[in-house]
Ligand binder design. Structure first.
Ligand SMILES: [Zn+2]
Length: 338
């Protein structure tokens, strides 16, 4: 039987403290999308009423039964349109569901992590894609992982300047884009700083940090800023070495290859395109949740990357990942709570 762990209203005294006895039963309602009645409660402190659904990620959804299927579909490289055809949902519904799921997973990714046990070892690399128009709006995605478990710490897109061969048609397209949006800025350093800060937050003070990258010169200074000069060991490998299992950067290369495959919008020679950068970032959060919490590290392993780092007691199913809402930070219910 469900007992509310806290009041869902943020201004209530029963919200900040866990007080399971602070609520009285207040009947139930019968939703059209579920066979069982949903219990309602009243808070003794603020007198507001709410239901069990107020604590769930699928609160107010008309088709909560499709959430896990949509998550699986997007995390398997299908686009939004093909997913909407498969699920018999409208495209708009699918888009909105995708955004809601991805924003939830972003919070879940952040809520589940804590400081890494022992010394940290990270790998970082950047890869390129584009938003909307291939030849004029390139993006760079820094991706940072924990080296042994392949746990993805962070990835987000940043705009970069168009470069490479300039044909006449490309110059015309660039001029057209510049008239519409202004000069395209290079924000890749900002993206790198934000990504490195996510990693630095996982390292406890005094722990040594092994940081591995390719030989791009800007990484040296940025890494020192993020982790501190004293505890940082920065190993650099030439990106010209063959990308095999023997390459020291195999873990990050492998994760990137997986991201390209499992996010249809990053695949080469694909019809799928990110129209706007912010939805690509949401897609990256879906991939991160899938990679860190649901998928095994390697096919022969028995645990997920998050499990290996002690962030989760076991592997999550697609349904468990989309359970309790996570927008109350540390006060959110653990996804595996009964
Ligand atoms: Zn209350």
């Amino acid at each position: 039987m469900f007992q509310p762990p806290r009041c869902p209203y943020r201004t209530c005294t029963n919200h900040l403290e866990r007080r399971p006895e602070g609520f009285i039963h207040h009947g139930h309602y019968r939703p059209k999308c579920r066979p069982h009645p949903v219990p309602r409660f009243r808070c003794r402190a603020c007198r507001h009423t709410f239901s069990r659904q107020t604590f769930r990620m699928d609160y107010r959804d008309h088709r909560p039964d499709l959430n896990a299927r949509l998550f699986r579909s997007i995390a398997s490289g299908l686009g939004l349109r093909q997913s909407s055809r498969n699920l018999h949902l409208s495209l708009r519904c699918t888009e909105l569901k995708f955004r809601k799921i991805a924003r939830h997973l972003r919070r879940l990714n952040l809520n589940l992590r804590s400081e890494l046990p022992g010394n940290a070892s990270f790998q970082l690399d950047e890869f390129e894609t584009f938003e909307g128009r291939r030849n004029t709006r390139p993006l760079s995605i820094p991706m940072l992982i924990e080296r042994t478990t392949h746990y993805i710490v962070w990835a987000e897109s940043a705009t970069i300047r168009p470069r490479g061969t300039m044909t006449k048609a490309r110059r015309a397209a660039l001029a057209e884009d510049e008239a519409r949006f202004g000069r395209r800025r290079d924000h890749s350093r900002r993206g790198l700083r934000r990504t490195l800060a996510r990693a630095a937050a996982l390292v406890s003070t005094g722990q040594r940090v092994l940081f591995e990258t390719d030989k791009k010169s800007s990484y040296v200074q940025l890494a020192k800023e993020a982790f501190g000069r004293e505890r940082l060991v920065h190993e650099r490998t030439s990106s010209k070495l063959p990308r095999t299992v023997a390459n020291p950067l195999f873990p990050i290369n492998h994760t990137e290859a997986m991201a390209r495959d499992l996010m249809g919008r990053l695949r080469r020679e694909s019809w799928l395109v990110s129209k706007a950068r912010r939805y690509l970032d949401l897609g990256l959060q879906v991939f991160m949740a899938y990679r860190n919490l649901v998928r095994l590290r390697f096919n022969y392993d028995e645990s997920s990357p998050a499990q290996m780092l002690g962030f989760a007691p076991r592997r999550f199913t697609e349904t468990e990942v989309l359970g309790w809402r996570q927008d109350w930070g540390a006060r959110s219910q653990h996804p595996l709570a009964a």
